[in-house]
Design a protein around this ligand. Structure first.
Ligand code: 3PY
Ligand code: MG
Length: 263
């Protein structure tokens, strides 16, 4: 099987990854040296420009030698975001707040080359995200895209999305789902948090996970810390976001300073 995010999850899941929020290709490169499976470069809740995101995709791909998967979370469904994020050569795109199949079909249109959709061709920067580099050319990228190797991951994180999870996940070209626990909780009347024990929250997670499994799609969520990661994995999730760049830096500094002070 080829090196795609979905194949990697199938062979190695549950997998863990890092949220990158700092506008830095250096940090993306360093993240690739750690033993994670993927990163989510977050344009939704961090003010990253597509220029730095493109360089972050390339830096992570280079330092992980193409064996790990740079995903980009775009800020909205707009065609510019979908196009630029994919044209970076990212292994996949995560699309926030997908509520129903009609919205998902519009996103598929933007993300998939004809005949499946209407994505425009011109992935000038995509070859730099692959170990063969620019020498692989845009044609190599087109073949990869045609084989369905680029993950398209809608987020289900609202009451509406929950109700329509089955129809969203049944669509061709949808690789799986990424659950946004904080927004999902807000939408069902709970305080925002990335984990919780309320029965209605756990039931919502179960319903989305079951919808994904039923349609043979992968499912992921935030899973910060050992306990949350273990719980989500036990619920059948395939990929978990378990660290943030900013939090990891504070923890790293604090741990080393505390050790030095003791020494
Ligand atoms: C949410 O929890 O709503 C998210 O989008 C997680 O990144
Ligand atoms: Mg969210």
């Amino acid at each position: 099987a080829s090196k795609t995010f979905v194949n990697h999850l199938r062979a190695n899941g549950p997998c863990v990854g890092t949220v990158l929020t700092i506008a830095s290709d250096v940090i993306a490169y360093l993240a690739g040296q750690a033993d994670g499976d993927f990163v989510m470069i977050d344009m939704e809740h961090a003010p990253l420009t597509m220029d730095v995101v493109t360089r972050m995709v390339h830096a992570y791909a280079a330092s992980s030698r193409g064996n790990r998967f740079p995903l980009v979370r775009i800020p909205s469904h707009g065609v510019e975001w979908v196009k630029w994020a994919l044209d970076s050569g990212a292994a996949g795109v995560i699309v926030p707040m997908v509520g129903n199949a009609a919205e998902m079909k519009a996103i598929i249109d933007r993300a998939v080359y004809p005949p499946g959709g209407r994505r425009s061709f011109g992935p000038l920067y995509a070859p730099f995200a692959h170990p063969e580099g620019a020498a692989s050319g845009m044609g190599g990228y087109f073949e990869r895209a045609k084989r369905g190797e680029i993950a398209l991951l809608p987020m289900i994180e609202s009451k509406e999305g929950l109700q329509n999870a089955e129809e969203i996940l049944s669509l061709e070209h949808v690789s799986g789902v990424f659950i946004g626990p904080a927004d999902l909780r807000l939408s069902i009347g709970l305080p925002p948090a990335i984990a919780g024990e309320e029965p209605q929250f756990l039931d919502a997670l179960r319903r989305i996970t079951n919808a994904a499994k039923k349609h043979g799609k992968v499912v992921g969520c935030m899973g910060m810390g050992e306990q949350a990661a273990m719980e989500r994995a036990a619920e059948g999730m395939d990929f978990l976001l378990s660290t943030f760049d900013n939090g990891a830096m504070v923890t790293g500094f604090a741990t080393e300073l505390a050790a030095a002070r003791k020494g």
